[in-house]
Ligand binder design. Structure first.
Ligand code: 13P
Ligand code: SF4
Length: 301
């Protein structure tokens, strides 16, 4: 990709100079995902791998809650996010005060919080989860009822898989809420034999019509393992672009929705982040200590 070559070689050099690593989410564009990232994956993998790195600087090519999670797990390291406005509609859907009110309303009911939330919300929670471990986390608590927030659809999709009663919040992912069951039926008609994979942030009726549902890493693993002839990933656009590179023989059908927050990260602002040491991610120390407990409890499950 000649248009990207200058930024790519500058970033590779800056990483060496600054002893930095780039952690990139599966929704980053291919030139970031394939050309400059050191570690790629879903939210769970990025959290785990953030903990293992020996680098002094972590650049998070993803959204703000992912950078905050990396900071919680690496309080002594510099964590940079190339654009501070890279948010998430789920993280925006709930505040720490909302969680405190839920605790008052349901005394004794454990609170499981999706990592797509602010550190302040995590700090009010008992344990975190990602789309890759939500059911295990819910079942690890040994409770008959749990509160699961903030993604209503993830909560309802997990409720369909477990005996644990789940009380949901009303947050939605602005990308996945747009997929419909009708989309899947139309795809099956237009592309006979297509395998449909859906992220669990999709509405339950979409997940019910899909052949498989799982985190972004689980979808990628499914494609590698099952080698479907034709596949559609009901998720963010860059996911198919990134997975398709490793599977030239598979036909990827691509109706997809863009995450405007993920797309704020570019090679240009990753380069500037490393050149100018910005934007440094900080979390209040007292909030960080409580939020870290919820994340570490998840990682121990
Ligand atoms: P994953 O943890 O499955 O990668 O999902 C993160 C996310 O933001 C999905 O929209
Ligand atoms: Fe948030 Fe949805 Fe974007 Fe993921 S795809 S970061 S859940 S808005």
């Amino acid at each position: 990709w000649p248009a990207f070559a200058g930024d790519i070689s500058a970033i590779l050099e800056l990483k060496r100079k600054r002893n930095a690593v780039i952690l990139a989410h599966n929704y980053q564009t291919p030139e970031i995902f394939h050309c400059v990232a050191d570690i790629v994956g879903d939210s769970l993998a990025l959290a785990r791998r953030a903990m293992e790195t020996e680098a002094e600087v972590i650049v998070l090519a993803g959204v703000h809650f992912m950078a905050e999670t990396a900071k919680l797990l690496n309080p002594e390291k510099t964590v940079l996010i190339p654009d501070l406005e890279a948010g998430c509609s789920l993280a925006e859907s709930i505040t720490a005060e909302d969680v405190r009110l839920l605790r008052q309303r349901y005394p004794g009911v454990p609170i499981v919080t999706y990592v797509n939330t602010s550190a302040a919300v995590k700090a009010e929670s008992d344990i975190c989860c990602t789309s890759g471990n939500a059911r295990q986390v819910v079942e690890s608590l040994g409770a008959e009822r749990v509160i699961m927030l903030p993604d209503e659809y993830l909560a309802r999709n997990i409720a369909a898989e477990t005996k644990v009663e789940i009380i949901a919040w009303k947050g939605h992912c602005e990308v996945h809420e747009r997929f419909t069951a009708e989309d899947i039926r139309a795809l099956r008609e237009a592309h006979p034999g297509v395998t449909v994979l859906a992220h669990p942030e999709c509405p339950p009726e979409v997940v019910a019509e899909a052949d498989f549902s799982g985190s972004t890493a689980a979808m990628s693993d499914y494609v590698s393992r099952e080698q479907p002839r034709r596949v559609v990933l009901m998720t963010e656009c860059s996911m198919s672009d990134n997975v398709a590179v490793a599977h030239p023989g598979i036909d990827f059908i691509r109706p997809c929705n863009l995450c405007p927050h993920m797309k704020r990260i570019t090679l240009g602002n990753i380069r500037t982040a490393l050149e100018e040491n910005r934007h440094v991610v900080t979390v209040d120390a007292e909030v960080a200590e409580r939020a870290r407990r919820a994340v570490e409890r998840m990682l121990a499950v």
